[in-house]
Design a protein around this ligand. Structure first.
Ligand code: FAD
Ligand SMILES: CC(C)=CCC/C(C)=C/CC/C(C)=C/CSC[C@H](N)C(=O)O
Length: 477
């Protein structure tokens, strides 16, 4: 006999993790359960846009990989559309000169890469492809409703000890062992880690591979802004959005209408100056549990729910509409400067991680800067840019806007991912960011948490943490 569904579920956070969890919770638990999604800021969280002279530009999560199947499915099912992300030519600046510059001719690029780095670029591509290939197994597991109780078990299910080993070792160690040269690591790999995660090759190998996959062709974004996926998921899940700040969660015993006492969680939250509380059978926390980001108190749990001290990397996105000073980066005037993205090496004198041309969220991509036009450039930096720094990079500018983030975990392998199960019916999604932080990773965590909550509610232990799933599902065909 199937257990009656829960009456009420709370999801804390309306980013892509929380809204995808709400969507899948509705699919699993059915139409009668009441789902409240709490959000202290804007729906979308780290998917957000900034306005530059009347046009919106992505300021947080911006690019999506062509093999990110949950994001792809959301866009299709929620009536949204995709646009190609800018694919301009890329250069690498070391603080003095451009140490690498792409050409618009494929064959020239190949020759340049081989001349500078031998066949390392091709080997790197194959290494990433192999990791992505195994990563795709998660979609098969999830489509068969399997869930995992820890991020480590999820990673292990994708490719065994070697795969989990990627997460436990630094990218540097993994690539050095594989024979990649210092020059290639400094001039190509580190700049890619800096633009994507604001860090060096000291990050774990798995997030390193995810980051390298951003050099694949076919990256895309959601027309109108990636955050639209979150608002549409919320709508489709028929959840109730509560605009408020969750302050604490405590387990309580309550007598329900049936007369039986049952364990529920009391969620205390603030809307404006008022404090409210409500009771839930299941709670999903879909925000980093980090004092600076969410500050949720877990009251009177026995054993106590551990404090989360993981450090998130401060990062500033600055959008500047202006004319780039190409002479800072090269010896060429702007009309002869054809790069759309400039990455940087790990030089402490540099005050930016990257600078790249961007398109408004409503438009298809531009790939080349035009000398006669002021374009919008996106800069990532560890600290806010000063006026002096902006004037060094731009001959002139007419608009600047910035957004500061605690962007992604500071990766220090080997490390342990926080638990997904915090308590009996209390789940945590954002531990997955310690493997890699990306929209698709949060969507996978959202689906996994919904499946885990469903199976644990119904006692379906055979659907959780199953070994050899890949082999078993292969023979099931
Ligand atoms: C600058 C930047 C660039 C990025 N670029 C990319 C990219 O190109 N591609 C990609 O795939 N990923 C990218 N990412 C990563 C990606 O944006 C994140 O991994 C993803 O958006 C995280 O989603 P989430 O729902 O897990 O968390 P969040 O989006 O952080 O959502 C958590 C939500 O919870 C809310 N909240 C927190 N505490 C409380 C509380 N106590 N009560 C109520 N609500 C609360 C927050 O306001 C927030 O809205 C980027 C991130 C940044 C910052
Ligand atoms: C999860 C898998 C397999 C792939 C995801 C690849 C991906 C899109 C990772 C995102 C990495 C990230 C945090 C990028 C931030 S910067 C993005 C972009 N260069 C920009 O300029 O905004």
């Amino acid at each position: 006999e199937r257990r009656a569904p829960p009456e009420k579920i709370a999801v804390i956070g309306a980013g892509i993790g929380g809204t995808s969890a709400a969507y899948y919770l509705r699919q699993k638990f059915g139409k009668d359960v009441k789902i409240d999604v709490f959000e202290k800021g804007k729906v979308g969280g780290r998917l957000a846009t900034l306005n530059v002279r009347g046009q919106e530009f992505e300021s947080g999560g911006s690019v999506i990989h062509p093999l990110n199947l949950h994001m792809k499915r959301f866009v299709k099912d929620l009536g949204l559309s995709a646009v190609q992300s800018p694919s301009g030519l890329m250069g690498v600046y070391n603080g003095e000169t451009l140490v690498y510059e792409e050409s618009s001719w494929f064959i020239i690029n190949m020759i340049k890469l081989i001349w500078h780095y031998g066949f390392q670029s091709l080997r790197m591509h194959m290494w990433v492809e192999d990791i992505l290939d195994k990563f795709m197994r998660i979609y098969r597991y999830q489509s068969h409703d399997y869930a995992f109780s820890s991020v480590e078990k999820l990673l292990h299910s994708l490719g065994g000890d070697d795969y989990l080993g990627l997460f436990n070792r630094s990218l540097l160690e993994t690539l050095q062992k594989a024979g990649f040269s210092e020059k290639f690591l400094d001039e190509i790999i580190t700049p890619v880690m800096r633009v994507n995660y604001g860090q060096t090759t000291n990050i774990n190998g798995f997030v390193g591979a995810v980051s390298m996959s951003c050099t694949d062709p076919g990256l895309w974004a959601v027309k109108g802004g990636n955050k639209l996926v979150c608002s549409r998921l919320l709508q489709a899940s028929r959840s109730n959005l509560v605009s408020g700040l969750v302050m604490s969660i405590e387990e309580k015993t309550r007598t329900k209408q049936t007369g039986n006492p049952s364990k529920v969680y009391e969620v205390v939250y603030q809307t404006g100056s008022e404090t409210h509380s409500d009771f839930y059978d299941i709670v999903l926390v879909a925000t980093p549990l980090n004092r600076k980001m969410s500050n949720i108190n877990f009251l009177n749990f026995d054993p106590p729910i551990e404090e989360f001290h993981q450090h998130y990397e401060p990062l500033v996105t600055t959008l500047i509409k202006g004319e780039l000073n190409s002479f800072v980066l090269s010896s060429r005037p702007l009309n002869k400067f054809h790069l759309g993205t400039i990455l940087t090496t790990d030089n402490p004198d540099l005050f930016i991680n990257s600078i790249g041309l961007v398109s408004p969220v409503e438009e298809d991509s531009i790939s080349q800067p035009k000398a006669d036009l002021a374009h919008v450039w996106k800069i990532f930096s560890a600290a806010p840019l000063t006026k002096k720094q902006i004037l060094k990079l731009f001959v002139s500018y007419d608009y600047v806007v910035k957004q500061s983030w605690l962007a992604y975990p500071h990766y220090t392998p080997p490390e342990k991912c926080p638990s997904i199960i915090l308590h009996d019916r209390l789940y945590y999604l954002n531990g997955i960011e310690f493997a890699a932080s990306a929209m698709e990773m949060s969507a996978i965590a959202g689906y996994n948490a919904a499946l885990l909550a469903y199976h644990r509610w119904n006692g379906n232990t055979h659907m959780i943490d199953q070994e050899d799933l890949y082999e078993r599902l292969k023979t099931e065909l």
